[in-house]
Design a protein around this ligand. Structure first.
Ligand SMILES: [Zn+2]
Length: 233
């Protein structure tokens, strides 16, 4: 195998390992912190709090109505007990009952309003619980496939590590260092193939002499624009 072909193989192996590393990181983050699940959980908590406060408001409104009914009953009892005979006092009592009854209507309206709000809060909470359970099952399905992908990528990566070792052993230390330096300086890509007379990495057109030099492979030739090692088949 020519030196440049060996370098190309090394580059292909490294690029694949880079892609695997990046995908494994994405999978790790996805499994750790599924955004939809976090959001659905927060929504369910918020609607639960809303329901609790609506319940509290409804109980309070019911107690007020109940309290007002007791007051009315007590006033009516005094009114019809026959114990109060003074016309002025009787009139006052009648006025009081009438006023208590008027306010009861207001309190009953408030109770009805509280009931409607409670019903709405309950519906919201039920809907958010249903959504949460739907997202949970989606995440479980997704997790299973991501875990499987994670495992198969890890196996592939192990295989590539030994393949890379075998490829790199065919190169001398100086060439290997040159490759590594170029790779870190050129965003992971040190070797570019010549395709249709141009450098595949940067698109620069190469002269026939440059193409021929890349093809011979006896000496390493570089793209004059991006500086990458050229390989031509
Ligand atoms: Zn180039």
């Amino acid at each position: 195998m020519s030196q440049t072909l060996t370098l190309l193989r090394l580059q292909q192996t490294d690029s694949r390992m880079d892609a695997i590393r990046s995908r494994l990181e994405t999978i790790r983050l996805t499994l750790e912190n599924d955004r939809n699940l976090v959001r659905a959980r927060a929504q369910a908590e918020a609607t639960e709090a809303g329901l609790k406060s609506a319940e509290k408001a409804l109980r309070a409104a019911e107690a007020e109505v109940e309290g007002q009914r007791i007051k009315i009953e007590q006033s009516e009892n005094s009114l019809y007990s026959g114990k109060v005979r003074n016309p002025k006092e009787l009139q006052d009592l009648q006025n009081e009952v009438a006023s208590l009854k008027r306010y009861l209507v207001t309190l009953e309206d408030r109770q009805l309003e509280a009931m409607l709000k409670h019903e709405e809060a309950d519906e919201n909470h039920q809907a958010s619980l249903a959504h949460l359970s739907q997202v949970r099952s989606q995440v479980a399905t997704q997790s299973a496939s991501l875990t499987a992908e994670n495992d198969s990528l890890a196996v592939e990566n192990d295989r590539l590590v030994s393949e890379r070792q075998a490829i790199a052993s065919a190169l001398d230390t100086r060439t290997l260092t040159l490759y590594e330096d170029l790779r870190s300086a050129r965003r992971g890509r040190a070797v570019a193939e010549v395709s249709d007379g141009a450098c595949e990495a940067c698109g620069t057109n190469l002269t026939p002499a440059q193409q021929q030099a890349a093809k011979s492979g006896s000496q390493i030739s570089y793209c004059s624009t991006c500086g990458r090692i050229l390989y031509a088949s």
